[in-house]
Each structure stands twice: as C-alpha cells, then as structure tokens.
Design a protein around this ligand. Structure first.
Ligand code: ADP
Length: 450
C-alpha cells in the first residue's frame, strides 16, 4: 500500500487526536502529536510516534499558537497536518500558512474554508446549487430599518444570526418588532466582539424542527458522495448531546432528497475531503443551514452504521486520491447512537474538571468508545469538556436505545461529574423514543423540571 503521507502532525488533543492516530496506524503513516504543558501525560502524546510541546496550558499559547504548531511540523518533517475539530480546524489563515510551507492541510481548500466559514457565503453557495433555504435576508443587514423590513416580509418569529458564528453561539430568536428594535445593535456588537465581523442576518425561525445533517466527501475534482444522514436534534442550547445515524423518522423520499442536495452542493463547488451539510427539517420540508468543512464530533455514528472509516478517507482525499467508496455501497446497517460524555455537572452544566479516580468503560457487541481519559487521568479545565464518546450500534433504533442504556449503566466515571445521568433520562423519554423530539426539546424538558 502506498502511504498518502510520509508523516502527519495532529494539531489537536483528546479523543480526536487518538482517533486520528489510529487511522494513521492503519494507513502506515507515522504521527507527530503536539501537546501543551498540561497535556504532558495525555494518551495522544503516548500513542503518537513523536510528540512536541507547543506551549503552556491555555489553548491560545499552545493548540491555537500557529507559529508553534507550524514549527513543530517543520522540525519533525511532517508533510501533512490534521487539525481535527475545533482549535485551528476551520481557520483559513492557518490552512494558508500550512500550504505555503509545502505541507498538506488535511481539509478543504483555503477558498472553501472561506466560503463555508461564513454562513452567508455558505448560503449563497447553497442557493447557487439549488438547495432549499429558509426565508430571510440574502446578505448581511446593515441597519435596524433594514432588519425590520426583512423581518416583516419573512414573518415573525425570526432568528438573528452572526455570519461568522458557530458552536451554537451568535444566535438570537426574535419574536416581534419590539424585540428586534431592542436586540439588533447588541447582536451586531456581540458579533463583532466574538467573531471579528459585525455581519448579522435574518432567517425564518422554525419552532419545532429537527436537525438533520448529511455526511459528505468530495475528491476536489467535482466528484462527491454522501455517507447518509444523522439526526442531532437532542441539543442543549444549540449544542448537540445525543446523535444518531441514520436520521430516523424521515420518509424515504425526504431522506433521498436531503442526501442528494448535500452531495450536489459538494460536487458543485468541487469540495475536497469530508464535510457535513446541516439542515433543518419540518414536516416534509428541509432547509439548508450551513456546511461544517471538517470532521465532526459525531462522525463515529456514521462510521458504525455505514462501515466507512471517515478519517482514513479524509486523509486519502487530502493527498489527492480518488474516493475509495462508491455511492451504491453506502447502505445503512442498523442504527447507531452517540452519546457525548461531557465532564460537566448534569444539572448545572458547569464544567467538572479534575482527577478521575475510577473508570470503567462498557463493552460487548456493538459498543465503541472513543475516549482519551482513563483512571488517574486529569480532565483539564483549559479545554472543551468532552471526555469521551459512547457509540452504540443496534439492529434497529429500538435495539440501539436498549443497548446504549445498558452501556451507560456499565460506564463508571468517578471523581468528576459527567452528563451521562442526564442523557440516560433523555433516552427514556417517550418524546425521544417515539420521535416527537425537536431541537428545543431538551431545553424545554429541562425547564419543565425546575
Ligand atoms: P452553529 O454554526 O452555531 O452550529 P447553526 O446554524 O448550525 O449554528 O444552528 C445550530 C442550531 O441552532 C440548529 O441545530 C438549531 O437547533 C438552531 N437553529 C439555527 N437556525 C435555526 C432556525 N432558523 N430555526 C430554528 N432553529 C434554528
């Protein structure tokens, strides 16, 4: 087998760094880990072939420190950098610098990072490709008068979004004109402070949609496939906490229309490597939201159901290889559910970093854990609270739900708090089990309990 790269540096930490190391081992590519002073004893440092310290614990000085990450690649002779998700994964300036050093960025082109890094230009690309969009403004809104005009024409409720927003941040639901007058300037100012651009736009707000996304992969030459759907409607404050693949409760015709829309978008722009196209679904209608031009946290749910190694595919595509999978081979085998095991208090959602004093992972058929923690590991306070992911596959959705409940019962994490008890309760709600949940379900359910 020809190696796609001579050596790959992983510009990330935690479970995703381990996941990338595993993919590289199968592709026979030596790996370089980077780490902050707080992560000296982390598993990704132990399991990579080489490791370089890139700075102090806070991410700005280490995992986000471009000169330090680039120097680490240079001194170790890496010819590819995998950014994982978060940190520098969608940073066009970083990808550009990587390219200028003659190193391959394992991700899309700089141009596509720009296109999809901005929700407005992403919507423009989707519009050009003929995808259905929600009503609202076609570009950024400059004045409150403009905002009122567009909101009026769209019909309340609307949602004000920062064009540069992400991670569930920079969005405000606006119920009426009075509220719009009150929040418009604040939204612009917040957008500028948080995302470096005051561009905001208006979209029709759907009250009870489901979040359905499509995993896609493209070869950069106009070839592209989809790897099925995922449902990520179980969200707390717009952040996903339970994901499943394929997305349940969709008619066959709606499912194939969504899948085809996503792959046609990727083909139309000549996208390279993997991405996720996100949609909102209400009834038989679906509407484009955005494209995430990177690997996503929830990718294992797709891997389990479709039998595809998305990280290996991503690395091969970045090296300029052809897609290794044909569309006709993408067939769902059963149903997968992913649970994000966040180191947080399941009631207050405050981060719960610290020493893990006891740890036991569930096992058995159909159970996969992507984790970077273990007994005696320290969950650092400096980074994202995701400690592990539990992914379970079953014959069908009902079987997967039963399996995931048993797996949660076997999952022992002592010393820190995790969100597992909350997710267990949510999995048992009739709304989730019968498919009556929607994107605000978790927030409303939590509010009804206090
Ligand atoms: P981000 O980039 O921050 O993830 P998205 O645009 O992908 O933002 O939206 C994240 C979530 O916010 C969606 O899954 C959904 O729950 C909610 N949301 C976004 N836009 C709308 C809308 N127009 N109507 C209803 N909910 C929305």
């Amino acid at each position: 087998m020809r190696r796609p790269f001579k050596k790959l540096l992983i510009a990330n930490r935690g479970e995703i760094a381990l996941r990338i190391i595993r993919a590289c081992k199968e592709l026979d590519i030596p790996t370089v880990a980077i780490f902050s002073q707080a992560d000296r004893n982390a598993l990704h440092v132990r399991f990579a072939d080489e490791a370089v310290c890139v700075g102090p614990a806070p991410a700005v000085g280490s995992y986000l420190n471009m000169p330090a990450v680039l120097s680490a690649a240079q001194i170790t002779g890496a010819d590819a950098i995998h950014p994982g998700y978060g940190f520098l994964a969608e940073n066009a300036r970083f990808a550009e610098k990587v390219g200028r050093m003659g190193i391959t960025f394992v991700g899309p082109s700089v141009e596509h990072l720009h296109t999809f890094g901005d929700k407005l230009s992403a919507k423009e690309a989707a519009r050009t490709a003929g995808l259905p969009l929600l009503g609202g403004s076609t570009g950024a809104i400059d004045s409150v008068e403009d905002a009122m005009r567009v909101a009026d024409a769209t019909g309340y409720p609307v949602i004000l979004k920062a064009a540069g927003g992400g991670g569930g941040k920079g969005m405000r639901v606006v119920e009426d004109e009075e509220a719009l007058l009150r929040v418009f300037d604040v939204a612009q100012a917040e957008s500028l402070a948080a995302f470096g651009s005051k561009d905001v736009f208006i979209e029709k707000y759907l009250r009870k949609p489901r979040h359905v996304e499509v995993q896609v992969a493209g070869d950069g030459r106009g070839g592209g496939i989809h790897v099925g759907t995922r449902d990520c409607s179980m969200q707390r404050r717009h952040q996903k906490i339970i994901e499943e693949a394929p997305a349940p409760f969709l008619s066959d015709s709606l499912r194939s229309r969504i899948e085809e829309a996503a792959s046609s978008l990727i083909r139309s722009v000549g996208y390279r490597t993997v991405a996720t196209c996100e949609f909102l679904v209400e009834g038989e209608g679906f509407y484009f939201l955005e494209v995430n031009p990177r690997i996503q946290v929830e990718h294992p749910a797709t891997e389990e159901v479709y039998g595809v190694d998305l990280i290996q595919e991503q690395i091969r595509l970045a090296a300029g290889e052809d897609l290794s999978i044909e569309q006709s081979a993408i067939v769902a085998q059963g149903h997968a559910i992913e649970i994000r095991v966040n180191a947080e208090d399941p009631r207050t959602f405050l981060p719960s970093p610290g020493l893990i004093t006891g740890y036991h992972e569930p096992g058995g058929p159909g159970v996969r854990i992507d984790s970077a923690v273990h007994e005696h590991a320290i969950v650092q306070p400096f980074y994202d609270s995701l400690a592990a992911k539990l992914i379970v596959r079953g014959r069908d959705r009902e079987h997967a739900i039963r399996r995931v409940l048993h797996a949660i019962d076997e999952f022992v994490v002592e010393g820190i708090k995790t969100t597992l008890p909350l997710q267990r309760e949510l999995l048992c709600t009739p709304e989730f089990q019968e498919g009556r949940h929607y994107t605000r379900f978790v927030d409303e359910w939590l509010a009804s309990r206090v």
